[in-house]
Design a protein around this ligand. Structure first.
Ligand SMILES: [Zn+2]
Ligand SMILES: [Zn+2]
Length: 148
């Protein structure tokens, strides 16, 4: 009789380093790469940020940091993980880690993600692929209404 049907499958668990506290933990291939302890803190922080934005609409990063007490670094991580997105029309965007294009969330723009997967056989999580803003800000930050 199989009596371990509902226990976690130890074989599929991978040893990973927690992105937050750098401790090793067993990762089962879904969710964000945090150890159970950090996951709890993270869920709480993300909830605060989410509620603030839900209540106040599009918000400035500095206001969110001040109101929630969640560090700027943590909020940037949410953007890179694709859990938050920079709204259209912002003067600040994330940069694709490969080509430097402006993206609203994640780590890579879509064309780069395709290349990475196809040509370099690198896995890119779907949440790490970000859309480019409709109106792309190139080079240094500039006012959106100039030069257009
Ligand atoms: Zn941790
Ligand atoms: Zn790119």
């Amino acid at each position: 009789m199989e009596d371990r049907l509902f226990s976690p499958n130890e074989k599929t668990g991978q040893l990973k380093t927690c992105k937050r506290c750098k401790k090793a933990f067993t990762y089962y291939g879904y969710g964000y790469e945090y150890c159970p302890m950090c996951k709890e803190i993270d869920t709480e922080n993300f909830q605060k940020v989410k509620e603030y934005i839900y209540e106040h609409g599009i918000s400035k990063l500095i206001d969110v940091v001040e109101a929630t007490g969640v560090e700027e670094k943590t909020i940037t991580t949410y953007l890179k993980e694709g859990r938050l997105e920079i709204p259209e029309g912002s003067t600040y965007y994330l940069r694709c880690e490969r080509c430097g294009a402006s993206i609203c969330s994640g780590r890579f723009c879509q064309p780069c993600a395709t290349v990475l997967v196809k040509e370099f056989n690198t896995s890119v999580a779907y949440n790490e692929i970000g859309n480019k803003p409709m109106k792309e800000v190139t080079g240094k930050m500039r006012y959106l209404d100039s030069n257009s």
